[in-house]
Design a protein around this ligand. Sequence first.
Ligand code: SAM
Length: 267
Amino acid sequence: METGITNPMDRRPNRPAGGKSFPRNGPPPSNGPRGKSPPAKPPLRRQVTTLWEYPSQDYGDTQQGIPGYVGATPSYIIWNMIDRYTKPGDLVVDCFCGSGTTLDVARDTGRRALGYDVHPTRKDIFKVDARKLPPELTNKVDMVFIDPPYSTHIDYGPDPRDIGKLNAAAGYYDAMTDAFKEILRVLKPGKMMGLYVSDSYEHGKAFYPLGFELFRRLQDVGFIPVDIISVVRHNKTLEMGNYRKAADEGNFFLRGFNYLFIVKKPA
Ligand SMILES: C[S@@+](CC[C@H](N)C(=O)[O-])C[C@H]1O[C@@H](n2cnc3c(N)ncnc32)[C@H](O)[C@@H]1O
């Protein structure tokens, strides 16, 4: 099984060699080609309260991750975690790597990065189950960021190990707990992990408070809580009139925020 441990900076398909380093306030906003101005993106800034918001999926004039990938993480969240908790040269791991947003942000900022997923979307993501990370990674990682499936919200592909096939009422929490144990093993003592997740509401059926349960399980396996961030969602469905009307008339709520749980491995 190839896991990229020997040289984590190899196999970058779509980023410049060596990565780019942006200053703390980030790259300048793009003006777009031939004078056409897409809505200006504000510069990246460190978020300083427990309510995070940025109006775009990507920062700067490039895209992080694969454009159009369903379920991609807004890259400013990962940028904030990396900027705050790591330094250039550190090793960042994402074991639910999806379209590779974490890899791109890590390399933009001069960090080394390793990505794992059971449905790899690009050459620099290794086909590895987050519950069985490479044995040689023990105590080697400076930060882990994950945005795992939120129970069965999205079909990511056919691999039966996909935790997104597990309902919150049947197996999801235990599978995530096994992934948390692996993340705890690979982190260096005292180092941070960010878990980005939303609760799950199945219309007319059930509400699953995924965030609260996962935060409890993180502590059960040995992580120390550092903080809980509420991240404003800019999901398109939140703006659609028919969704808003249905929520209003049906007495239910659209998901307006995600949690970002920040925890650390004991020193
Ligand atoms: C929400 S997506 C990640 C999005 C990613 N952060 C991005 O920006 O593109 C969740 C990912 O978890 C992966 N996944 C599900 N079960 C997994 C497992 N057991 N091990 C590793 N990855 C898994 C899915 O294949 C999917 O790519």
